[in-house]
Design a protein around this ligand. Structure first.
Ligand code: PGA
Length: 261
């Protein structure tokens, strides 16, 4: 099964509305988008609708986070249905910065992913270990614990959403540090995750797209994407500048991963 690579940019709490417009113009000026890469941008929520309109042909957009509840008295939060209404097609669930700064548990992340799926968005579930956990030899146990409550959601997403089952491995020690995981380390984890998905339901792992995130840039993306279980990237810092994001997209185009059909 050939899996179309995803190149996703996570802008986090960066850029202003004028930057979003300039970004879209820079993409448009670069010519038509690559067709063998799924391009996704995750703007901050206030710019979701503007980004969805501006990027129209180039990229789809997603929410960086949605609330686990359907709606209600949750000041400052965004409901999955609102994100969808604003033009999102995807939503991150469980980014390590949400787990770290907002205390999101594995169960809450799973509830968010389920809510996302419930309104027709494709969840991108993020998992990853801290440096300490890696040094203690706990990486696989931590990932398994993060994965366990979302397996059913990923299984449902495989059939029910356009994006399918999407997982992002983002080692916390590699995020924003300039210290990407080596292709060997990333490949070993990706293969573990794919196996876990296949163990849950045969074929789920083969279909799922597993992204790597953590200090991805134009210099390291080719080696990473060359590994059979790495199906694309979730990129923070290097996605803020459209020229750098475009460079990565071009380098990833044409390298669809997975065994040939
Ligand atoms: P980074 O962030 O590329 O700046 O390391 C990745 C992420 O947090 O998604």
């Amino acid at each position: 099964m050939k899996r179309t690579p995803i190149v996703a940019g996570n802008w986090k709490m960066n850029l202003l509305g004028s930057d979003v417009v300039a970004y879209a113009e820079a993409l448009a000026a670069a010519g038509p988008p690559e067709t063998d890469v799924d391009i996704v941008l995750f703007p901050t929520p206030v710019y979701l609708a503007a980004a969805a309109r501006a990027m129209l042909e180039w990229a789809s957009v997603g929410a960086q986070d949605v609330h686990a509840e359907e709606k209600g008295a949750y000041t400052g939060d965004v409901a999955a249905a609102q994100a969808r209404d604003a033009g999102a097609a995807w939503a991150l669930a469980g980014h390590s910065e949400r787990r770290q700064y907002h205390g999101e548990s594995n169960v809450e992340v799973a509830r968010k992913a389920e809510r996302t799926l419930g309104v027709g968005l494709t969840p991108v579930v993020c998992v990853g270990e801290t440096l300490e956990q890696r040094q203690q030899g706990e990486t696989e146990a931590i990932l398994d614990a993060q994965l366990a409550p979302v397996l059913a959601v990923l299984d449902a997403a495989d059939g029910d959403t356009e994006g399918g089952a999407v997982l992002a491995y983002e080692p916390v020690w590699a995020i924003g540090t300039g210290l990407s995981a080596s292709p060997e380390i990333a490949a070993a984890v990706h293969s573990h995750l794919r196996r876990a998905l296949n163990d849950y339901r045969s074929g789920l792992g083969d279909a799922a797209r597993i992204l790597y995130g953590g200090s991805v840039n134009a210099d390291n993306c080719v080696d990473l994407l060359g590994r059979p279980d790495i199906d694309g990237f979730l990129i923070g810092g290097a996605s803020l500048d459209p020229a750098s994001f475009l460079r990565i997209i071009r380098l990833c185009a044409g390298s669809g991963s997975g065994p040939a059909p």
